[in-house]
Design a protein around this ligand. Structure first.
Ligand code: PM9
Length: 461
């Protein structure tokens, strides 16, 4: 058996408030899953034991952040907390202007409406569900320009989030720079398995796009995790702080959309941050229509404050080492018992490779959705499908998008679960793996129009 990566550090916090967990029986879960149409999004949280559905808004806030809630300035206009957040965004991300939004997709909506004209193309390093939908709703077409290695769960490329600049160049040649709204660069790349983009790649992207006068928009949702990977893996960065790396990453881009519910350790919140004054003026006007006044963007003052304080904490080395280290720990344990996962291990989650886990189930019978359902049945652990269901349908043809990656995401909320929980998780995965040949696929019984993975219902074949 390969040796386990040694974990020579412990969580850099102690627990002050606890929330009881509920364990259920298998017959109970069988019933709950049936009621939920075999979709883990439709389970009630009280029926879940360890919740690895997402790291979005599920983080534990620090005592400092909770104290910040009491400092919420709930004025309709000009809240002090807005100015605090603006100061922190300028300090760590480096953009001049800030437009708060209720969460990441609020920022994506504003930006897409402003920058995309019908018939435009938006190249990016793999699609993300909400990001692509807003691009499409604005009349754009997403074009995947990520490196090929990103679509191969077994490739050990250290920067599988990189943009293939040849793919981007040939798109520019084919459609013309005028029809490219912007390049959408995510750090890290969620759907590829939480994989980072390299600083060198961002620099080269900046040079290429500058030549063609094309903007670059960073999806900074997990950019701190990306910065950590750059420090670990990219030559020349070992002695840089995570904060310095984050700042440099942003400096090669014109704007960012942000879901603060991830890196920034809050339960709700997001923003659009940018350098261009004209676009800022437009976003500041549009936010009033869709989110709320430009100094609160759909959030309470206390939420803005928690996010401002979260930025300071997110870039602390102890924190980010433990956060990514916990995911690494689970990934290494699963590898050591032969479970097929995406490698290298990502920043926010371990991704099970459902194709190799359940090779007898064809993709059209939803192997990743099936595996997520089986894991819940086995153990009460909730995970998320990231395969053909998440990929949705082509809006032109109505056909399923058929992604190469058919994954189940075991997503770790920040500062929530202990190493003992992690061990229980690996044992549950192993138990399903041992009986994998008996598992049968699923059939769709209901499919909503947008972001179907949230609400689609299935039955067992
Ligand atoms: N990500 C996640 O679980 C939330 C639910 S799935 C849609 O991974 C990126 C890279 C994300 C992301 C949300 C958003 C949208 C944008 N970019 O959920 O609207 O991972 O705050 O952010 C989820 P909001």
């Amino acid at each position: 058996m390969p040796k386990l990566e040694k974990r020579s550090w412990a969580e850099p916090f102690k627990i002050k408030v606890v929330e009881p967990l509920h364990m259920t029986t298998r017959p109970y879960r069988e019933h709950a899953l049936l009621e939920a149409g075999y979709n883990t999004f439709l389970l009630r949280s009280r029926d879940v034991y360890i919740d690895l559905l997402t790291d979005s808004g599920t983080n534990a806030m620090s005592d400092n952040q909770w104290a910040g809630l009491m400092m919420g300035d709930e004025a309709y206009a000009g809240s002090e907390n807005f100015y605090h957040l603006e100061e922190k965004v300028r300090e760590y991300y480096g953009y001049r202007y800030l437009v708060p939004t209720h969460q990441g997709r609020g920022a994506e909506h504003l930006l897409s409406r402003i920058l995309i004209k019908p018939g435009d193309f938006v190249p990016g390093n793999m699609y993300f569900t909400t990001t692509r939908l807003h691009q499409e709703l604005a009349g754009g077409t997403f074009v995947d320009v990520i490196v090929d290695e990103a679509h191969d769960p077994e490739s050990l490329h250290p920067f599988k989030g990189n943009i293939d600049l040849h793919k981007l160049e040939s798109l520019i040649e084919r459609v013309g720079a005028d029809r490219i709204s912007y390049v959408s660069a995510a750090a890290t790349v969620n759907m590829a398995g939480g994989q980072p983009i390299a600083m060198q790649n961002l620099r080269e992207l900046r040079a290429l796009t500058k030549k063609h006068h094309i903007r670059v928009v960073l999806d900074a949702t997990r950019a701190v995790e990306n910065a950590w990977f750059i420090r670990q893996r990219e030559p020349g960065f070992a002695s840089h702080s995570v904060a310095q790396i984050l700042h440099e990453m942003c400096s090669y881009t014109d704007a960012c959309t942000m879901s603060g519910k991830k890196d920034l350790l809050v339960n709700i919140g997001g923003f659009l941050a940018l350098n261009d004054e004209d676009i800022f003026e437009e976003a500041r006007n549009l936010v009033v229509v869709y989110e709320g006044l430009h100094t609160y963007g759909g959030l309470a003052g206390r939420d803005l404050e928690a996010m401002a304080r979260g930025i300071d904490e997110a870039v602390q080395e102890d924190h980010i080492r433990a956060r990514v280290g916990q995911v690494e720990y689970v990934g290494q344990r699963l590898l050591s018992i032969g479970i097929p996962i995406v490698q290298p291990i990502g920043g926010h989650a371990v991704f099970l490779d459902a194709r190799r886990f359940l090779p007898h189930i064809p993709q059209i019978e939803f192997p990743a959705q099936t595996l997520a359902a089986e894991l819940y049945l086995e153990s009460g652990i909730r995970t998320m499908e990231r395969g053909i269901v998440s990929a949705g349908r082509d809006p032109e043809t109505g056909e399923h998008h058929v992604p190469k990656l058919e994954l189940v995401r075991l997503t770790f909320p920040r500062r929530v679960y202990t190493q003992a929980h992690c061990d229980v998780v690996t044992e549950a995965v192993e138990a399903v793996y041992d009986r994998r040949t008996q598992v049968r696929g699923l059939r769709m019984t209901y499919e909503p129009k947008y972001l179907r993975f949230f609400q689609t219902r299935f039955e067992r074949l």
